[in-house]
Design a protein around this ligand. Structure first.
Ligand SMILES: C[C@H](N)C(=O)N1CCC[C@H]1C(=O)O
Length: 677
């Protein structure tokens, strides 16, 4: 398709799209599509670990492993999408088809989270967990295929909309593109945990995971519709044949060609074509080689959704008027992206340039990696604080006295009360996992000679026999008022529950009903409330996000600008592949290292990233930046010159001869290598 004159700045744009302020209008549909798609992806991902834990009833380790496997798969499938797009369907059609697969996957997830489907006894829990597990796994597989498949295509398709002389606009496009990713991610990470916290159901009310997955499914449909609406305006580059096959063939023939160059007869025209392809492959391989150390960045980055969220569950989320859920802390990342990208683009980078420093893309990426390592040191420091506060409480309250001297309890406390606790005979509380961050545990010990009934406005906790104790019950954190009743007489007792706390309340034998019973109940803290505030996670979020802006936004643009025209999506996929490997490394290191102390695991990851960063900076030092468009233009000029010269065009017989010689040459090559072995 021909380039089109931009009436405003006289520069060239591509496609049939109108040009507004130097930007093709078509990119509007692309960035809106990206916004909706990322809303869909991150919204679903935000509640995924909790869905595994509380709906499918998996333990922490299995939930974390499947979560990272899914994320890894989402960044492996871009290779598939890129090959299909660059070689066969073209980016436009690939995006359309795979978006449909994606939307179907999201719908499957939403359906898998409807507990009523298999809840035949109507007790609020699914009766056939296998059905829910199978459906959700199929859903996740389709989502991984869809989101990963379209990801490299959308970014490269956006880049394709710009003309050759629109480098500045294209750079800005990638920044805006990243802002849209994070705008969608921010909104969805706020909204889906709220939807999950709602209660819904046909026969019984349960946490509404189906809604939390349903809204992202709807957004994916919107993303698809928006993309189709822009259809008439896009510049759609034709797929250039099977690039991957060409690349493999070319590498093979080149090897043979190098060994027995004399047996070949290739026309000048063909030689230039082949040289062009070789040059393009070299460009890609050089960049891919540079990417080898990069997965380590993502290894640290993607632990926000697992380790850092679990860390937040042991912290105090009370921000005054606002109470933050552990999974909502992840929103700090996109919030910071939305502020840091414009600050970096319009202030920091120009300032560095003014100081005469050449802050090249690869230097930016190196600094980004170091910032991520600092983030993990911060996470380790926070973890040490949490561990110290937990230790204090274990030592401070192993025994409980009734206050009246006639009941002695020994408590063995092994976990936090906002955990799904198992109360066993000897009063031990064993950690299983938290059911709801807002729930805390309490029980009553009755020191009176009469049975006492305990209730709140919302629930009745039953009758406690004289000199006996109730089982632990759960209640929402915050202020609670209990009514203590014996026959027709009652009194009220109010108290405050902090996050993660657990209490035993002793009812004194001296309690007089009808009066205020506030002084006749003694509260003993079994487990202290979470004392380390979630705000302490903000520094680690700041550093990881600043690192991401320098590393990821730069890497995205670098992957486009250093890629030859026929392998733009392939190199985007290579970039995304580093994210996939990063997630596999989390699984491997966490599994192999089995470090008992969480803070030590954070320090290990930080150290690994620093080591990798040193290797990357050495590799980056030797990298030479290229302008693929210019190189390709030079080759094409040569090809055209030779093309005009009829004599040097390959005739049919010549092509056959080249093929024959090529086979012969391969045979020679095989023989040569076999003799060597
Ligand atoms: C939400 C992240 N800040 C982010 O933008 N990304 C993390 C992986 C790459 C990128 C994305 O494309 O989602």
């Amino acid at each position: 398709m021909a380039d089109k004159e931009d009436p405003k700045n006289g520069k060239m744009g591509k496609g049939k799209s109108k040009v507004v302020c130097g930007y093709p209008l078509s990119i509007f549909f692309i960035v809106v599509n990206e916004f909706c798609e990322r809303f869909s992806y991150y919204g679903m991902r935000a509640v995924l670990v909790l869905y595994f834990k509380y709906f499918l009833r998996w333990d922490d380790d299995l939930a974390t492993s499947i979560y990272h496997t899914f994320v890894a798969l989402c960044y492996l499938t871009p290779i598939l999408g890129a090959i299909v797009a660059d070689s066969w369907l073209g980016k436009f059609k690939t995006i359309i088809y795979l978006s449909i697969v994606y939307a179907v996957g999201q719908v499957a997830m939403a359906v898998s989270a409807i507990h009523d489907i298999t809840d035949s006894d109507r007790d609020g829990t699914p009766d056939s967990m296998t059905f829910h597990i199978v459906l959700s796994m199929v859903g996740l597989f389709l989502i991984a295929l869809g989101t990963g498949g379209i990801k490299p295509c959308v970014a490269a398709f956006g880049g394709d909309q710009f003309g050759e002389h629109q480098d500045r606009q294209r750079r800005t496009f990638f920044s805006v593109f990243y802002l849209c990713i994070n705008g969608g991610s921010l909104l969805s990470t706020i909204i889906t945990p709220v939807l999950r916290a709602q209660e819904c159901g046909i026969y019984s009310k349960q946490k509404c995971y189906s809604l939390a997955f349903g809204v992202p499914a709807a957004l994916m449909v919107v993303a698809l519709v928006v993309f189709i609406i822009g259809s008439g305006m896009y510049y759609k580059a034709e797929p250039q044949g099977n690039i991957m096959l060409d690349v493999c063939k070319c590498i093979g023939v080149s090897l043979a060609y190098t060994i027995c160059i004399n047996t070949f007869y290739i026309t000048a025209y063909q030689q230039w074509l082949k040289k062009l392809l070789i040059a393009q492959i070299k460009m890609v391989l050089k960049v891919l080689f540079l990417y080898i150390p990069l997965p380590m960045f993502w290894t640290l980055f993607d632990q926000k959704g697992s380790r850092w969220t679990l860390q937040a569950t042991t912290m105090d989320g009370n921000f005054g008027a606002l109470v933050i859920q552990p999974d909502q802390m992840q929103t700090v990342n996109p919030i910071l992206i939305l502020t840091l990208v414009p600050i970096m683009d319009s202030l920091i980078y120009p300032l560095i340039k003014k100081c005469g420093l050449n802050f090249t893309p690869l230097k930016r990426m190196t600094v980004g990696m170091l910032l991520a390592a600092i983030a993990f040191v911060c996470a380790a420091l926070v973890q040490i604080q949490i561990d110290v506060s937990t230790k204090q409480l274990l030592h401070s309250s192993p025994y409980i006295l009734s206050g009246q001297g006639f009941i002695y309890f020994k408590l063995t406390i092994k976990g936090k009360a906002n955990s799904d606790t198992e109360i066993v005979e000897n009063q031990a509380i064993t950690f299983v996992g938290f059911t709801d961050y807002f729930l805390v545990y309490f029980r009553f010990v009755n020191g009176m000679k009469t049975a006492v009934n305990v209730s709140t406005a919302a629930a009745d906790f039953g009758l406690i026999e004289p000199f006996y104790y109730s089982n632990y019950s759960q209640i929402k954190n915050g202020k609670a008022t209990f009514t203590l009743r014996s026959g027709s007489q009652s009194c009220e007792y109010s108290t405050n529950f902090g996050f993660g706390s657990s209490y035993t309340f002793f009812i004194h034998s001296t309690l007089v009903f009808g009066s205020n019973c506030q002084d006749s109940v003694t509260a003993v803290e079994d487990i202290k409330p979470n004392s380390v505030h979630m705000a302490l996670q903000i520094p680690q979020y700041f550093f990881i996000t600043a690192g991401e802006v320098m590393f990821s936004v730069t890497g995205l643009e670098f992957s486009y600008s250093q890629a030859p025209s026929n392998m733009k999506a392939v190199l985007q996929a290579g970039w995304l592949f580093t994210v996939a490997i990063g997630n596999f490394i989390v699984l491997i290191v966490a599994e192999l290292a089995k470090i008992p102390k969480q803070w030590a695991e954070y320090v290990l990851f930080a150290s690994l990233l620093v080591a990798v960063c040193v290797i990357f900076s050495i590799m980056a030092y030797f990298y030479t930046y290229i302008d693929p468009t210019e190189i390709e233009a030079q080759f094409k000029k040569k090809i055209n010159e030779d093309d005009e010269d009829d004599k040097s065009k390959p005739g049919k017989a010549e092509v056959e001869m080249v093929k024959r010689d090529s086979i012969k040459c391969h045979d020679e090559y095989d023989k040569a290598t076999q003799t060597k072995m």
